[in-house]
Design a protein around this ligand. Structure first.
Ligand code: DPP
Ligand code: ZN
Length: 875
């Protein structure tokens, strides 16, 4: 497979102004006709040039240029498309082709999911529907006619406005849709099915009425209320915070059961994985409700950041994704609790993006090359990309940032642009030079920042020494310093922020120190004794901070810091140190015991009445196994698992009465159908307490968990109790899981939760159970959600069993990757990821992991998708 490079970008030779597409859906063969009106692109040159049309997996029936049917010889076949040579001026090209959506298991292009037809065209799916210059810098106005059997497919949808409908012979009918906005092919969508619709409307601030419609398969009606409500709140937020108003008269969402990604922002017709639309109290957890809200917002927000202004090429993917993730994060922060949201986002970044940035598939936020673009819908492009936009926001301040957004839209509305264009707008609007800042887009790897300080009691000065380095990543041996905004305060002995004088300048009680060289020294003057620096407040940059805090400093910050992230971080760091010490003891054959400082920090948190329950629930969560693994040179999987279990047991046992009192107090306080942020927070805290109660191993803990499953007040409570029981081999667990299965076996999305619980249990025998469940009558081996729930639940959510020292987990994953690759390369490639991290493990595991990768790479019919990941993993 060949590699595509950013440096090879050239503008398209031809532009397409309009496309008229006719899709005739049939059970056997679907025919697709398109009529393109185009012209030579002045930016590319003049005179005759080859017109390249991408096309895959279809039968080309005929090509007609300006009314003349082209013969073989008038055009050339290319590996993934065709070339029509010598087109100099305006032209009309008609293309007739045939496809078989019912056989499309890749779920890219047009495919059948359950009883309906739907599309997924990002990044390069449109070329599987018809021959077309399938690149985002070719933007056309679409008119789409869909024909289908009327009884089976009464609903026919595409982008824009419905301009005509009618009946045809033989029980068929048609609909014509017109989208007035130019768009790239990846934003094209169509749907045909027998669907139920939930209708509502939104009045924009300029008074236009927008029809809102959410379509679902029969049986799922009545479960769209939360998505609809989230949509309306997103629309209002985007007007208020960004000044972005919706621009068509109708906005539709369709929920489908087979979908590779989370959701897709097609203009006016978002298509969603139904997991991220369907919710009601009995089937969705609080986390599900919040995720649905965030994804509905994300896709809606793309209407301006992605659709009105799109990407010039796929290397610029973060232009729309980083920005839109930042926007949805802020929407959620404004809607719920900002501190809790920030902690959750940092948790994800560290658990998923930092390992990517430190492994063989590391790539910059704006990659310079790819083999298969589907492999670059990554946490780096999305989440690190969002951090980069967040840093611009904090360097500029909210007001200048908003001016930058306005300028970006003024300059580029209707265009396909680059990350540089975005930064240029921010720079020009604010007058702040972002030249060096742009290294964040080009340089891969997570910078490490060290912070050391000295206090001079006589001079009352605190001297802070900062330094940064970034380890080499594949293809980037030498790294340059990046621009790191470090939000900083000094916390005085009484727990209050101190007024700051930074290098002689008064700076309020919080400041942003910018580290843009390898090193920087900062002096704070007039500092009283006992002040402790609070650094990287709010996680102001995506870096690994190694600061010279003593355990006592951390305990102090964990009890006093007024920045929620920093407070949480202090306790996490303290707990990480303590658990790693236990790991070391364990490996040296010494008894493990949890540092008393952690126990008292947890007790302090529990006693701090000022804390919101949602935040306290986060504060009291110990770092996960993979976080602990990352903090070690070699991730000793078993020792980490045991040490962490032991730490949780200690906290559960030592503070048992406190947990029990907290649990019982919160039990009476919150109605199960209360979905307010505060109620969700109380449930989260209560369930955190339950986790510690169960971990203590005492019968009262198990009994409460079992009772909570039985009461089944809400899915949040049921799932939390099941999760708390899931690693304990006891009749309560077995019975509860069975009952859950029996109750929900006809609801695939809820049954997925059960598959994941089974797959993520740390109990021995889990791998056999996973294999057994692959033959469960409700396990569809082709459905991405089922695969992610069961196979992904094991390989991503169960480190101790997946990394079994006999290599059985790796062999299982290799088999699955190879099986799934035949059907759906995109899903197979995602699944393959855990294997590429083999350098983090001991010799024996590393050998078994590379062995599994080699077996994958040697498969002769491997997809580009899996080839790229697996071969990078071995290099
Ligand atoms: N563009 C889509 C999204 O991120 C891809 N899944 O919203
Ligand atoms: Zn997106």
């Amino acid at each position: 497979p060949s590699t595509i490079f950013l440096k090879d970008y050239t503008p398209p030779t031809h532009l397409i102004d309009t496309i008229e597409l006719t899709v005739r859906l049939n059970d056997d063969v679907t025919t697709v006709s398109s009529r393109l009106v185009g012209r030579r692109n002045p930016a590319s040159g003049s005179g005759p040039a080859d017109l390249y049309l991408d096309g895959e997996d279809q039968e080309l029936v005929s090509l007609t240029l300006d009314g003349r049917t082209l013969e073989k010889g008038d055009w050339r076949q290319k590996p993934e498309g065709i070339v029509v040579p010598g087109i100099a001026g305006d032209f009309t090209l008609e293309v007739e082709g045939r496809i078989k959506p019912q056989d499309n298991t890749r779920l890219e292009g047009l495919y059948k999911a359950g009883g309906m037809y739907c599309t997924q065209c990002e990044a390069e799916g449109f070329r599987r529907i018809t021959y077309f210059p399938d690149r985002p810098d070719v933007m056309a106005v679409y008119t789409v006619r869909i024909e289908a059997d009327k009884a089976r497919y009464p609903v026919l949808l595409s982008n824009g406005n419905r301009i005509e409908t009618g009946d045809l012979e033989e029980g068929r009918h048609y609909a014509v849709w017109h989208d007035p906005f130019r768009k790239p092919a990846y934003l094209f969508a169509m749907v045909a099915g027998d669907l139920m619709v939930d209708r509502d409307s939104f009045t924009t601030r300029s008074g236009r009425e927008v029809a809102l419609e959410i379509y679902v398969e029969p049986g799922n009606e009545g479960r769209t209320g939360h998505a609809m409500d989230s949509l309306k709140r997103s629309m209002a937020w985007d007007e208020e915070v960004y000044g972005f108003e919706y621009d068509l008269d109708i906005f539709m969402i369709v929920a489908v059961s087979s979908f590779n990604m989370g959701a897709m922002e097609n203009k006016g017709l978002n298509i969603f994985n139904d997991k991220f639309i369907l919710a009601d109290l009995s089937t969705a957890t609080d986390a599900d409700f919040q995720r649905i809200e965030a994804i509905v917002a994300h896709e809606y927000f793309h209407n301006w950041t992605g659709n009105r202004i799109t990407c010039r090429d796929w290397f610029q993917l973060s232009l729309k994704e980083g920005l839109t993730v930042f926007r949805d994060q802020e929407f959620s922060a404004d809607t719920h609790d900002r501190g809790v949201k920030r902690v959750g986002d940092v948790r994800l970044l560290r658990a998923a993006q930092f390992p990517e940035d430190g492994g063989p598939t590391a790539h910059p936020v704006r990659p310079d090359s790819y083999i298969e673009i589907n492999n670059f819908y990554t946490v780096t492009v999305y989440e690190k990309g969002a951090e980069v936009v967040r840093m611009i926001h904090s360097l500029l301040g909210a007001e200048a940032y908003r001016k930058g957004i306005d300028l970006y839209v003024e300059r580029h509305d209707g265009q396909a642009v680059t990350c540089d264009d975005f930064v240029a707008a921010m720079q020009d609007a604010s007058g702040i030079d972002l030249t060096r800042f742009k290294r964040w887009y080009a340089q891969a790897g997570t910078p490490r920042v060290s912070a050391d300080w000295r206090y001079d009691e006589a001079a009352r000065t605190l001297t802070l020494d900062l330094a940064q380095t970034t380890d080499p990543t594949p293809g980037q041996p030498d790294k340059q310093p990046v621009v790191i905004p470090l939000r900083t305060a000094l916390i005085g002995e009484n727990g209050q922020r101190l007024p700051l004088t930074v290098d002689g300048e008064e700076s309020g009680d919080e400041t942003v120190l910018v580290l843009d060289e390898a090193e920087r020294r900062v002096t704070f003057s007039d500092v009283p004794k006992g002040a402790v620096p609070s650094l990287l407040r709010g996680f102001s940059a995506p870096v690994k901070l190694d600061a010279a805090w003593s355990d006592a400093d951390l305990g102090f910050l964990a009890a006093t810091d007024d920045d929620p992230f920093s407070r949480w971080e202090a306790l996490q760091t303290l707990a990480t140190r303590a658990i790693l010490a236990m790991v070391e003891a364990k490996r040296a054959g010494r008894p493990m015991s949890l540092d008393a400082a952690v126990v008292s920090a947890v007790r302090d948190g529990l006693e701090d009445a000022r804390l919101e329950p949602a935040f306290l629930a986060e504060l009291l969560a110990l770092p996960g196994e993979s976080m602990l693994g990352q903090a070690m040179d070699v991730w000793h999987v078993d020792a980490v698992h045991e040490a962490r279990e032991d730490a949780i047991w200690t906290l559960g046992d030592t503070l048992f009465d406190t947990w029990l009192a907290l649990y019982d107090r919160l039990s009476g306080e919150t109605a199960a159908d209360d979905l307010s942020t505060a109620a969700m927070g109380r449930r989260a805290l209560r369930n955190r307490a339950l986790q510690f109660l169960v971990s203590s191993g005492r019968p009262e803990g198990l009994a409460r968990a079992a009772a909570q499953v039985q009461a089944a007040a809400s899915m949040t409570d049921v799932m939390s109790a099941l999760a708390a029981l899931n690693d304990t081999d006891c009749p309560e667990r077995t019975e509860a899981l069975q009952a859950f299965h029996d109750r929900w076996q006809d609801n695939p999305l809820v049954l997925d939760k059960w598959f994941t619980l089974e797959a993520s249990s740390a109990l021995p025998g889990t791998l056999d159970r996973v294999k057994e469940l692959q033959s469960h009558p409700r396990f569809d081996p082709k459905n991405p959600n089922r695969i992610r729930a069961l196979v992904g639940g094991f390989t991503m959510g169960n480190p101790v069993r997946f990394h079994a020292s006999d290599g059985s987990g790796y062999a299982f994953l290799a088999d699955e990757v190879l099986r799934i690759d035949q059907l759906n390369p995109q899903i197979a490639s995602r699944l393959c990821q855990p294997l590429v991290r083999w350098r983090r493990f001991d010799g024996e595991r590393a050998k078994a992991m590379t062995g599994a990768l080699r077996r994958i790479v040697e498969q002769p019919t491997l997809s580009k998708d899996v080839f790229e990941i697996a071969s990078k993993g071995l290099s």
